[in-house]
Ligand binder design. Structure first.
Ligand SMILES: NC(=O)c1ccc[n+]([C@@H]2O[C@H](COP(=O)([O-])OP(=O)(O)OC[C@H]3O[C@@H](n4cnc5c(N)ncnc54)[C@H](OP(=O)(O)O)[C@@H]3O)[C@@H](O)[C@H]2O)c1
Length: 259
């Protein structure tokens, strides 16, 4: 049985990837996120058979459940797309310890664990897409934990791509700039003070970012910047010292009004 697994499928990029996977000839698409109702609505829109997993990736039992079902079904996992993730904008004191640890656990630990569980069921011409962010390319003041989690995921993915290439498994790190029409920005802004980063000029749109990055992943690209701003950011961070870029970013953003 050929399957695709998508985390974060209830909204934003994950939802868009699930729709793109509908045209890939899978026997089943496995949809993972916490909000069952949204997953059921998505399943209605998709012609391919789906299996709904209304699970919290931060719960210890989720990995056990996924491991168990993979062992029972022995599927041929053709795609794993780790899109579940969130960020928080604010200074060190604006983001509480619960959000800090949840960000690290979801963006890093859960993505790595899902990947680790799926790899034994993957083979030639299968794909892993890790949804990172262009914030992975440099340390970012007022987005410090989130950017660091995405940096972790980018480095992990690049190394894994080398390890898995002899088996024909393609690993891609997708690194978009801000996207305006997902739930990400409102969630990121929900902190004690998120006014340090606001406006989001040149932010992209979920359908275009998903389509472009999915096509690039199928072409075998390891690091994907699916829009102009992320491509520019990658270039600038590869030639200028990060110290300068952080100083510029602090000057540009570091005047947050006290909430
Ligand atoms: N939007 C941007 O500006 C932007 C830019 C660069 C990178 N990204 C990355 O793109 C990815 C997708 O984000 P998005 O923009 O599509 O945001 P989104 O609309 O908020 O989607 C996030 C998804 O993650 C799921 N999720 C959150 N916590 C979860 C948990 N504990 N367990 C299971 N699922 C969970 C959410 O579903 P439930 O709430 O139903 O669980 C939702 O489906 C993220 O990794 C994000 O870091 C976003």
């Amino acid at each position: 049985m050929k399957i695709a697994i998508v985390t974060g499928a209830s909204s934003g990029l994950g939802r868009e990837y699930a729709k793109l996977l509908d045209k890939e000839g899978m026997d089943e698409i496995w949809l993972i996120a916490r909000r069952e109702k949204l997953l059921l609505e998505l399943a209605e829109e998709i012609n391919t058979g789906t299996r709904i997993f209304p699970l919290d990736l931060l719960s210890e039992s989720t990995a056990e459940q996924i491991a168990k079902i993979l062992k029972q079904e022995q599927p041929d996992v053709r795609f794993l797309i780790n899109a579940a993730g969130f960020g928080k904008i604010g200074s060190e004191e604006d983001i509480g310890e619960i959000d800090i640890s949840r960000m690290i656990d979801l963006n890093c630990r859960a993505a790595v664990l899902m990947t680790h569980l799926a790899i034994p069921y993957m083979g030639e011409r299968s794909h892993i897409l890790q949804i990172c962010s262009c914030s992975a390319f440099q340390p970012i003041p007022y987005l410090n934990v989130y950017a660091a989690t995405k940096s972790f995921l980018l480095h992990y993915s690049r190394a894994l791509a080398v390890e898995l290439s002899p088996r024909g498994i393609v690993v891609s790190a997708v690194c978009p700039y801000w996207i305006k029409d997902t739930e990400f920005i409102p969630i990121a802004q929900d902190t004690k003070n998120s006014t340090y980063i606001k406006g989001f000029p040149f932010a992209g749109r979920q359908a275009a970012i998903a389509a472009k990055s999915f096509a690039a992943a199928k072409q075998g690209k390891t690091v994907i910047t699916p829009d102009f701003m992320s491509t520019l950011h990658r270039f600038i961070t590869s030639i200028l010292p990060h110290q300068w870029l952080m100083a510029a970013s602090k000057w540009f953003h570091g005047h947050g009004e006290k909430a």
